[in-house]
Design a protein around this ligand. Structure first.
Ligand SMILES: *Cc1c(COP(=O)(O)O)cnc(C)c1O
Length: 394
C-alpha cells in the first residue's frame, strides 16, 4: 500500500498532553466556551510571544476580523495588505466594507516590500487619503522586513497588523513575530505548526491592551451588555474559542519547541538533499531571524527545464502532497478591481517573467512550490521525496 504524505498535518504530543487537558475539561463539564484551558492557552501564548494580551478565538480569520475592528476599520476605509498570502488575510477587510490595496513582495523576503509600501503611502497621500491599517504577513513562517515596515507605519502613524498565522515561534533579533505591530494574529488550524483542531489568537501590543482585550472578548461573545437580560448596543460575533479546542492547543504548546526544531531540520534536509540541482532556490531566511520553517518552499529559475507542475505531479503519483505558492490576491478574481502597488521598476530583474507578470508575487506564484513539511516525516521519507524530485533533473 502506498503511503500518503501530507504537506503538514496535526501532530499531537508524544506524551498525550492534549488528551489530558481535554479529559479534565470533560470531567469538570467545562465543554463550551471559556474555562481554565482557554485562560491557560492565552497565558501560554503571551509568555511565548511577549505580547501584552492574547484573546483566544475560533480561527485566525476571526482574529484578523477582530484586529481590524479594534483598529477601527470601517466602511470605505483603506487597508494596505500584502498581496502574496492566503485569502483569509484580506477577507475580513471586505467583511467590514473596507477597501484593500494590495502590496507586492520582494525577492529577498517573499513578504511585503517596504519600498512598495512607501510608494503606496505616497500615492494615497497625493489624493489626500491615508489607510486605516497595514497588514503584513510572515509567510510560511519566514519573517518579513518587519523593522522597516514598523518604521514606515510609525512615520505615517498608521497601525500595523501582523498576520503571524503561519509563523508562531519565528523571531527577529529574539522578538516574536506578532509582537511588533499594534496587533498580531495566529492560527491553530489543522495544518499550522501547532493546532487546536481549529482556532486562532489575537495578540494585542498597544498601550491600551487591557481595554482592547476586554472589547474583543465582548464583541466575540455576542456583544452582551452586563445586565440580567440580553441587552445589545453593538453588533456581536460568536468567535470565542471553546475550552475543548483550547485544551488541545494548551497541550500542543508544550511541544511547540520540538515541532519548530523538526521543521527547521526538514528545511535543512531539503537544502542538503537538493543542493546540486541547478535552478532551485530556497525561500530565503533573512539575517537576524530564526524561522519556524513552517513549510519549506522553493523557487525554480524561469530558465529551469523542470517546472513546478512537473514536481507536483511526480510527487502526487507517489502519494506525496505538495502545492504551488499562494496565488497573490491581486490576481484573484474575487479581488479584481482593487489597487495593487508594486516596485518592480526599481528591482533588479530576477528573470524575464518579472516584467511579464509585473509583480514579484506573480513570479513566486508561477515558479514556486511548497514541499511536504510534515513533522512526522522520517529521514527515509525525506530521502524518498528528494529522490523523486532529483529524477526529474536526469
Ligand atoms: C491559515 C491562515 C490564516 C487563517 O487562519 P484560520 O485559522 O484558518 O482562519 C490567515 N492567514 C494566513 C497567512 C494563513 O496561513
Amino acid at each position: 500500500m502506498k503511503k500518503h504524505i501530507s504537506l503538514s498535518s496535526p501532530h499531537m504530543s508524544e506524551e498525550g498532553y492534549e488528551r489530558e487537558y481535554v479529559k479534565k475539561a470533560f470531567e469538570l463539564n467545562m465543554i463550551a466556551a471559556l474555562g481554565e484551558n482557554v485562560t491557560e492557552f492565552e497565558n501560554g501564548i503571551v509568555e511565548i510571544t511577549g505580547a501584552k494580551k492574547a484573546v483566544a478565538l475560533s480561527s485566525g480569520t476571526s482574529a484578523m476580523h477582530m484586529a481590524l475592528k479594534a483598529v477601527g476599520v470601517g466602511k470605505e476605509d483603506i487597508v494596505f495588505c500584502q498581496s502574496l498570502t492566503f485569502s483569509a488575510t484580506a477577507n475580513p477587510i471586505i467583511y467590514e466594507g473596507a477597501i484593500p490595496v494590495f502590496i507586492d513582495c520582494d525577492i529577498d523576503s517573499w513578504n511585503m516590500n517596504p519600498d512598495a509600501l512607501e510608494l503606496a503611502f505616497e500615492k494615497y497621500e497625493k489624493i489626500g487619503k491615508k489607510p486605516k491599517a497595514v497588514i503584513v504577513v510572515h509567510l510560511y513562517g519566514m519573517c518579513a522586513h518587519i523593522e522597516d515596515i514598523v518604521k514606515i507605519c510609525q512615520r505615517y502613524q498608521v497601525p500595523l497588523i501582523e498576520d503571524a498565522a503561519e509563523s508562531l515561534g519565528t523571531t527577529y533579533h529574539g522578538k516574536h513575530t506578532g509582537s511588533f505591530g499594534e496587533y498580531g494574529i495566529i492560527s491553530f488550524n489543522g495544518n499550522k505548526i501547532i493546532t487546536s483542531s481549529g482556532g486562532g489568537m489575537l495578540l494585542i501590543n498597544t498601550e491600551e491592551a487591557k481595554e482592547k482585550a476586554a472589547k474583543v472578548r465582548y464583541w466575540s461573545t455576542q456583544a452582551r451588555e452586563p445586565v440580567r437580560w440580553y441587552q445589545h448596543t453593538e453588533i456581536g460575533y460568536n468567535y470565542r474559542m471553546s475550552n475543548i479546542a483550547a485544551g488541545i492547543g494548551r497541550g500542543q504548546l508544550k511541544v511547540l519547541g520540538r515541532r519548530i526544531e523538526k521543521k527547521r531540520y526538514i528545511y535543512a534536509y531539503y537544502q542538503e538533499g537538493l543542493k546540486n540541482l541547478p535552478g532551485i532556490n530556497f525561500m530565503p531566511m533573512m539575517k537576524g531571524t530564526r524561522s519556524n520553517c513552517w513549510l519549506t518552499c522553493i523557487l525554480l529559475d524561469v530558465e529551469c527545464k523542470v517546472k513546478p507542475l512537473d514536481i507536483i505531479k511526480a510527487l502526487e503519483k507517489e502519494g506525496v502532497e505538495s502545492r504551488p505558492i499562494w496565488k497573490p490576491l491581486h490576481l484573484q478574481p474575487v479581488f479584481a478591481g482593487y489597487d495593487f502597488i508594486s516596485q518592480v521598476e526599481k528591482l533588479q530583474v530576477i528573470n524575464r517573467e518579472t516584467r511579464a507578470d509585473n509583480s514579484v508575487s506573480g513570479v513566486l506564484f508561477n515558479n514556486g512550490i511548497c514541499l511536504p513539511s510534515d513533522t512526522k516525516l522520517s529521514d527515509i521519507d525525506l530521502d524518498y521525496i528528494c529522490c523523486v524530485v532529483k529524477k526529474l533533473w536526469k
